[in-house]
Design a protein around this ligand. Structure first.
Ligand code: PRX
Length: 655
């Protein structure tokens, strides 16, 4: 892959500036190394002290880590606390008038919310949820646009010990249906519609469709936030407007004290099988990861204006929108719209208007904004920026350099943060006042994160060689299990081949002479399209569910902007189509996948064959399909193929 080649030959190094280093929370390499050494010499002491210092406990914990049922780890497990209390109540004494949220709507309307206001809104909505019958441990699905209300809904669940499961608004009714059932949700919170790029996105109707598919008897109520006032179908028994649900509810609400290990949320993500996994996170460990990374990686300061562009439907929007910045008592921007509306200067205008100091986004967004107007940032005053971050996929050195020079104007460190839905918070990322950065590398693990690269049996690899990325010791913010499927949790993340105790991230990586990590890509059948994680099997199952389709195989192909694009090889039940007929079927199948999973999963390319390349034992040779998708010459031996002639058909794209 061209990107990886450029990354591997990258030699530029950017040390923190003197000015940045001086003011940084972790200042200088020695300070970073001292923290790492502390963690290594007394692992539990290190984490225990941090948890005591950074979390307000209702009942202090006396035990740090319980490994007796490994890999089902427990952290701070006899302590009691509440995440919402830590994000709101504890700031009221000295920050009640501080702005917590600056919300900018798609149309540019700005709403600011202070800590005092947010506290009352969360309390009032928490009381409304209780009145709808939500109690500790109940699951609540949140299917909302980016909004103040989405954060209020998440915080309100946390306040009463409810377990939220946010479903990204770009997922289809079918995906929502699966998640409602898997989580056994009692309540769904949604909006009539969202607004993105001047267009309304129907949300309530998707909830109606999802519940209408049957099997959702667990859902007792649907609470609907009125965002646009668009027409919605109404079930008077089941549906309840948000603004009506809060009428008469008190604006204070005693938090429900939960055990450190009680689940805060479930977030579904794609894996190697067709069925999404419900990643379950704890309360205290998750919060600790969010706080420490805000402090160490984002060097968070009291007067920062922090802006993470991720949607709350993804883990980044959980840790760095709904929880981390609020736990720090910080001010953050929340944006409803898209980077290109009304034009490709929108992000830069937001940074200028709200004097954003810390900006965190995905390489895909950076690459698309370079393409749409590489000079645009110069038309805005970006002098408030002091730190930039990226997340979700490898960043190519060219995009990194543009981000550094054009957006950061050569004085903002870039934190390239490697982590996952499962890890809950940043794992490998530079501490910007300490660790020199290299374009394309996420650099070194956070203190206390014992990351390594091993071979397929968990053994050491030769220096400089690529291998499998693992984390060798449990850490507080890691997932606790997969909702309802502990066996899958064990087998997926702590496979016996690696000894059953190492966390298998699912990525391959290599380390350079300075010990820096360079992420190479997934080792499983997971694609990373525009920073969104998609399982190839999920898309294949969606395709074969179409009555026209007999068989399908999906692979990724490098893409300049999206990182990877989705290429599907399809065998129809009828004849292999060509010309207009093929174009027609392609359009139908793309639409179909959009409905089955969501628009983000629509294949970019679909090719047809009379069959797929298989070994004599019937196994689809995906390696060959990847080469075909990339347009590479096939030089490997294809003699084991049952049907070599198929390859020629599959080389043909539908134009
Ligand atoms: O392959 C890695 C890639 O994204 C995967 C995790 O995806 P998800 O759970 O959706 O979380 C994304 C946001 C945390 C990883 O296994 N990935 C994430 N961050 C980086 C990355 N690849 C390279 N560099 C990164 N900084």
């Amino acid at each position: 892959m061209a990107t990886i080649d450029t990354i591997l030959s990258e030699t530029r190094v950017f040390a923190p500036s003197e000015a940045f280093r001086k003011q940084a929370t972790v200042s200088g390499m020695d300070a970073y190394k001292a923290l790492c050494a502390k963690a290594e010499s007394d692992y539990e002491g290190f984490w225990g002290a941090l948890a005591k210092e950074h979390i307000s406990w209702h009942k202090p914990f006396s035990n740090v880590l319980d490994e007796t049922k490994a890999p089902f780890y427990r952290w701070f497990y006899d302590g009691e606390m509440n995440v919402s209390y830590n994000c709101l109540d504890r700031h009221l004494a000295d920050k009640s008038n501080k702005t917590a949220l600056i919300f900018e709507a798609d149309d540019g309307k700005v709403t600011k919310v202070t800590y005092q206001d947010l506290y009352h809104r969360v309390c009032q909505f928490a009381n409304a949820l209780k009145a709808q019958g939500v109690a500790k441990g109940d699951r609540v699905i949140i299917y909302m646009p980016m909004s103040i209300e989405a954060v209020v809904a998440m915080q309100a669940c946390a306040r009463i010990g409810g377990i939220h499961s946010v479903v990204f608004g770009g997922f289809s009714a079918k995906s929502l249906h699966e998640r409602i059932i898997d989580a056994g949700a009692k309540l769904v919170i949604t909006a009539d519609e969202g607004m993105r790029g001047g267009k309304a996105v129907a949300l309530k109707s998707a909830v109606d469709d999802a519940i209408g598919m049957g099997g959702c008897d667990c859902v007792e109520k649907v609470v609907v936030y009125k965002r646009t006032g668009g027409n919605v179908h109404w079930d008077a028994q089941r549906d309840q407007w948000w603004h009506e649900a809060i009428i008469g509810q008190a604006d204070t609400c005693e938090p429900v004290w939960v055990n450190a290990e009680d689940p805060l949320f479930i977030l579904y993500t794609s894996g190697s099988t067709g069925k999404p996994k419900g990643v379950q996170h704890s309360s205290a460990g998750f919060l600790l990861g969010a706080i420490l990374s805000m402090k160490w990686v984002f060097d968070h300061k009291a007067d920062d204006v922090y802006w993470c562009t991720a949607d709350v439907g993804w883990i980044t929007g959980h840790t760095y929108v709904a929880y981390g910045p609020l736990a720090m008592g910080g001010t953050e921007v929340i944006f409803e719209g898209v980077p290109t509306y009304p034009d490709a200067g929108r992000f830069w205008k937001l940074i200028q208007d709200h004097k954003v100091t810390t900006f965190y986004t995905a390489p895909t967004a950076i690459r698309s904004l370079i393409k749409l107007g590489s000079d645009l940032p110069k038309q805005y005053d970006l002098s408030s920026l002091r730190l930039l971050g990226t997340v979700g996929e490898p960043i190519n050195p060219e995009a990194w350099m543009w981000y550094y020079e054009t957006v950061g104007q050569g004085h903002c460190p870039i934190v390239d943060t490697w982590w996952q839905t499962e890890t809950g918070s940043n794992m490998i990322a530079p501490l910007p006042g300490a660790v020199p950065t290299k374009p394309g590398s996420c650099t070194l693990p956070l203190p206390g994160i014992i990351a390594d690269i091993v071979d397929e049996q968990g053994g050491p690899i030769e220096k400089g060689q690529g291998g499998i990325l693992v984390i060798k010791r449990p850490f507080p913010s890691q997932l606790r299990t997969l909702w309802g499927d502990p066996e899958r949790y064990k087998n997926t993340y702590f496979p016996a081949e690696l000894g059953g105790k190492m966390y298998l991230a699912g990525d391959s990586a290599h380390r350079d002479k300075d010990g820096y990590f360079w992420i190479m890509g997934r080792i499983d059948d997971v694609l990373n399209v525009s920073g969104h994680r998609l399982g190839t099997m999920e898309i294949e199952s969606a395709l074969v569910a179409n009555p026209l389709v007999a068989e399908a195989a999906v692979v990724g192909k490098p893409h300049d902007i999206k990182g990877e694009s989705v290429v599907a090889f399809v065998v129809l039940k009828g004849q292999r189509p060509t010309g207009d007929a093929a174009r027609e079927v392609v359009a139908q199948l793309r639409e179909w996948v959009g409905k089955e999973i969501g628009p983000i999963a629509k294949p970019d390319e679909i090719r047809f064959g009379d069959n797929l390349p298989k070994t004599r034992s019937g196994k689809i040779m995906r390696r060959l399909l990847r080469s075909i998708a990339k347009g590479e010459e096939i030089t490997s031996d294809t003699s084991t193929l049952e049907n070599p002639a198929i390859l020629e058909q599959l080389k043909e794209t539908v134009k």
